[in-house]
Design a protein. Structure first.
Length: 370
């Protein structure tokens, strides 16, 4: 099976990349990801100065993760050793860097390039650092930054964007205009995980970044927007823990994908599981390469004007096997669904407005639209 992919002209053996974060905090960790099958690794964000990490800094609730971790704990000089380890192993390494100004970013870029980095990812999108407000949400600043860095190095430059902006398309265009060869999205989503209502304190003491399964729809939306806007190599990130999540990003136009939270929760074996399940799925569907599926869903994404208003309503696809389940009837805001004495669902076609919620809410896939 041909899983080969491409990151800004760098050939990848498959589309799966370790994203920036604690699982890429050292050469040793990145080599574990490569050993598990990752095609490339992105370092944790490298800065010119080290900042101590607060404790605690991670909180899990449901399938989501909030973190207030601030970048790498290694100095720029220490990264020479860590990057060399990955290069000696033959790995493809993207250095994620962040600085206060374009010239400082260019200095960091040149330095990690001299250490052996194959590409740069400009980490201007962490919701709890200053990079997002100054560099990662203003198209003019981003253009200047990318231009300065891209002109200073010989390796391709990718910009990591945040979903916490209202001008994603403009930022993507600015990055392309500045000379970026790729865009990765998304970084974590600015959030407060919750409040301990007995103590009346937030669960973590400051705003943090939300990641994992719950942010996948936000990542998919961002990637689709970017792919519709620019012709660059796009790396999709956010909530990937299974092969089908990866496929969703590829079908919306991503060339590669990155993951972090699933590895924090379950370890590096997630990488090999995703890859082997991806191969099996492609084989079952008689595909021979990823090129056959890339961007297929993006081309089917419609604007509201293009959606044809059809007189569709819900119909029973099969009898409900769960007599006590009331998920569909409870959530039918038009009262079109009711359970009869046999526990089966009756649909009143005269009041169903075809909202479609029952189709996705039913755990046994009992509904269809007709
Ligand atoms: C604990 C933690 C630390 C992270 N640190 C960084 C970082 O240093 N630089 C960066 O660009 N992204 C960082 N990220 C963001 C991830 O690379 C990724 O964009 C985000 O978590 C969404 O992917 P996921 O749902 O697979 O985790 C971090 C994420 C987590 C969970």
């Amino acid at each position: 099976m041909d899983l080969s992919s491409n990151l800004m002209g760098i050939p990848l053996k498959n589309p799966l990349i370790l994203s920036s974060g604690p699982m890429s905090r050292s050469g040793e960790m990145m080599i574990k990801a490569l050993d598990a099958g990752a095609a490339a690794v992105v370092t944790e964000t490298i800065l010119n100065e080290i900042r101590p990490n607060v404790r605690p800094r991670m909180f899990n609730r449901g399938q989501g993760l909030q973190n207030i971790r601030l970048y790498s704990e290694f100095s720029l000089e220490e990264w020479e050793r860590e990057i060399a380890m990955v290069k000696e192993r033959g790995g493809i390494l993207i250095a994620n860097i962040l600085a206060h100004s374009p010239s400082e970013m260019a200095f960091l870029g040149r330095t990690v390039e001299s250490y052996g980095a194959d590409a740069l990812e400009l980490g201007v999108s962490s919701p709890h650092g200053e990079g997002l407000a100054v560099l990662g949400s203003d198209p003019e600043n981003l253009y200047e930054l990318v231009k300065t860095v891209a002109q200073s190095v010989n390796i391709p430059v990718m910009v990591k964007l945040s979903p916490y902006v209202n001008n994603l398309a403009a930022l993507a265009k600015a990055a392309q205009l500045g000379g970026a060869k790729g865009i990765s999205a998304i970084n974590t989503v600015r959030s407060i995980m919750g409040v301990d209502i007995d103590q009346m304190v937030p669960l973590l003491p400051t705003y943090g970044g939300y990641s994992g399964e719950p942010i996948r729809p936000i990542g998919l939306g961002a990637v689709a927007t970017i792919c519709q806007t620019v012709d660059l190599s796009v790396s999709g990130i956010g909530g990937i823990s299974k092969f089908n999540h990866l496929l969703e990003y590829l079908m919306l136009g991503a060339d590669s994908c990155q993951l972090q939270s699933a590895l924090i929760f379950h370890g590096f074996s997630v990488i090999s599981e995703i890859l082997s399940e991806l191969e099996s799925w492609l084989e079952d569907k008689n595909f021979s390469s990823l090129e056959q599926i890339r961007g297929k869903a993006l081309s089917r994404l419609k604007s509201f004007d293009e959606i044809i208003l059809e007189p569709k309503i819900a119909v029973n696809k099969r009898d409900c096997p769960l007599p006590d389940c009331t998920l569909c009837t409870d959530s039918c805001t038009f009262s079109a669904l009711s359970k009869n004495q046999k526990g089966l669902v009756d649909i009143d076609s005269s009041v169903c407005t075809g909202c479609g919620l029952c189709v996705s809410i039913c755990p046994r896939l009992c509904f269809d639209m007709q």
